[in-house]
Design a protein around this ligand. Structure first.
Ligand SMILES: Cc1cc2nc3c(=O)[nH]c(=O)nc-3n(C[C@H](O)[C@H](O)[C@H](O)COP(=O)(O)O)c2cc1C
Length: 224
């Protein structure tokens, strides 16, 4: 493969948050997951596990998550996602990303209801027919999370190659107990993240959203 084509595929992957009502063939999911599992992992431990949720199970999970969200249930994830307090520049980027997405969706900053509805879309999986739930043994360490992250990125790139869209979702992991209960996952599994997967709705404005990236010099330094 031409390197430029592969780099273009990497650059083409951006979160999709609107999907058409069309199933994803199991064969595609299997081939993507199989290839994704070529991801590196510390000492080849391959710690990732993924539950592929579709059809009735998908609807059940979505209903349980929406019920928790609508009831205002407090989100309790199995692990802390980020450094706390976040460095100022991370906060700035997160804020800028949120505001530009709202702007694109025509949501005013002070429109609490519209912002809430936007958040709730995480739990209808943006209309995607498949939700992937990535999990690890309870007590997993940072290295294990690194490995799962590489697996997840491979999954997203594989999906992109097929023209499928995806959106990784920590929001789903925010209701870890709901996820475990709905999917019958053991209590000793930690929910790392969800991921919506489906055929992108091409005309949806939200799917054109590409948050700005930093210039090379801001995140790379060289030693010679
Ligand atoms: C681990 C992880 C969790 C995320 N959780 C969510 C989420 O819950 N909801 C959402 O809409 N986007 C979520 N995102 C997507 C990020 O907002 C997105 O990757 C980032 O803004 C960069 O945009 P891009 O992926 O479209 O290039 C998550 C991304 C990652 C890597």
């Amino acid at each position: 493969m031409n390197p430029a084509d592969f780099l273009a595929l990497i650059s083409r992957r951006h979160c999709q948050r609107a999907f058409i009502d069309e199933p994803v063939e199991r064969e595609i999911m299997e081939s993507v997951l199989l290839a994704a599992a070529q991801a590196p992992s510390g000492k080849n431990t391959q710690p990732w596990k993924v539950t592929v949720v579709s059809d009735k199970a998908r609807d059940g999970l979505s209903a349980a998550l929406c019920a928790a969200f609508d009831a205002g249930e407090k989100q309790v994830s199995d692990y802390e996602y980020s450094l706390l307090p976040s460095p100022g520049e991370w906060k700035d980027r997160a804020r800028a990303c949120g505001y530009s997405l709202f702007e694109l969706k025509g949501i005013a900053r002070d429109d609490v209801e519209a912002r809430k509805a936007h958040g709730r879309e995480n739990f209808t999986f943006f209309g995607a027919p498949v939700q992937l739930v990535f999990h690890l043994p309870a007590g997993a360490e940072r290295g294990n999370f690194l490995d799962v992250g590489m697996f997840m990125q491979n999954v997203m790139l594989g999906l992109t190659a097929y023209g499928l869209g995806s959106c990784p979702q920590f929001s789903v992991a925010g209701y870890a107990s709901v996820v475990r209960e709905s999917l019958g996952l053991a209590a000793d599994r930690w929910v790392v993240a969800g991921m919506s997967v489906g055929w992108p709705e091409k005309e949806a404005c939200v799917n054109t959203f590409v948050p700005e990236r930093l210039p090379l010099a801001d995140f790379v330094d060289w030693r010679e």
